[in-house]
Design a protein around this ligand. Structure first.
Ligand SMILES: [Zn+2]
Ligand SMILES: [Zn+2]
Length: 268
């Protein structure tokens, strides 16, 4: 989600593989959200990528990318599919494991947030146990749904003996750059984790509103209104050298809050 300047360098630094990236979502066309994209697209081609890559972004990005490739006479080694973001709430990607929905937020230019929903895949098969109880693989789909298995000899194999609890469904809402607004609360309601920008502290609330950004207090109010379980703060103005004040301001309203630090992984 978003691809600021230096993204490919940071991916290398933190051991993130470009081969595992199949979908890229760009919230809006301020440079801090996409200036790393041309380099990443180009490097994947130089490194011989062949797998499809899906890019979801404001329509105006397509001629920019096409122009960069054209002037260099570059033909990518892989298919790049461009999906322009629609105006409203829309389902963008629907994979067996997850879905991604975009929703409009309020920024100085057109901007979208993204809601990622991990789907539940039912219970997790433990193959060694299934072999031990002589359960045919054809029955695995029923085991995933929680059913027991009755063997031909009448012996009943309890589901919990041969399966583990599967991953639970999760919701992650990335609210991009936005001023304080509850206009998208319905979409992000009940999210396990919300990322919300807070470019400023509340003392600079006027500046935040004028520049279509939010404060830490406002981000916390959104998380509370949305009934979220966890809040990640980010997009801090570079004028602040110390970030602890963001957490302190937010936690008064919403206790489970983290100041997100680049290179750190947070569990949704
Ligand atoms: Zn912006
Ligand atoms: Zn930004």
């Amino acid at each position: 989600m978003d691809c600021g300047e230096g993204t490919q360098i940071q991916m290398q630094r933190y051991g993130l593989k470009w081969r595992s990236v199949h979908h890229i979502f760009i919230s809006h066309l301020h440079g801090d959200h996409y200036f790393g994209l041309p380099g990443l697209i180009n490097s994947m081609s130089l490194l011989g990528r062949t797998a499809d890559l899906h890019l979801y972004a404001p329509a105006a990005l397509k001629p920019i990318i096409d122009g960069i490739l054209d002037v260099a006479d570059t033909v990518l080694s892989y298919p790049l599919y461009f999906h322009p973001l629609p105006d409203g709430v829309a389902l963008l990607a629907d994979d067996p494991a997850f879905s991604v929905t975009c929703f409009p937020v309020e920024h100085r230019i057109q901007c979208h947030g993204f809601l990622v929903e991990r789907k539940t895949k039912g219970r997790k098969i433990v193959p060694e146990k299934c072999n031990e109880y002589e359960i045919p693989a054809a029955y695995y789909d029923k085991l995933k749904l929680g059913q027991d298995y009755e063997r031909k000899d009448g012996f009943l194999v309890k589901n919990e003996w041969v399966t583990d609890e599967g991953p639970s469904p999760k919701k992650y809402a990335y609210c991009a750059d936005t001023l304080f607004t509850d206009s998208f609360i319905d979409v992000i309601k009940g999210a396990d984790t919300i990322y919300h920008e807070c470019t400023y502290l509340e003392a600079d609330a006027d500046k935040a509103a004028a520049r279509f950004h939010s404060t830490a207090k406002q981000a916390a109010e959104i998380a509370k209104m949305a009934d979220a379980k966890q809040l990640l703060l980010g997009h801090f103005s570079s004028k602040y050298k110390e970030l602890e004040a963001f957490r302190e301001e937010a936690e008064v309203i919403f206790p489970n809050v983290h100041v997100s630090i680049e290179g750190t992984a947070y569990e949704v």
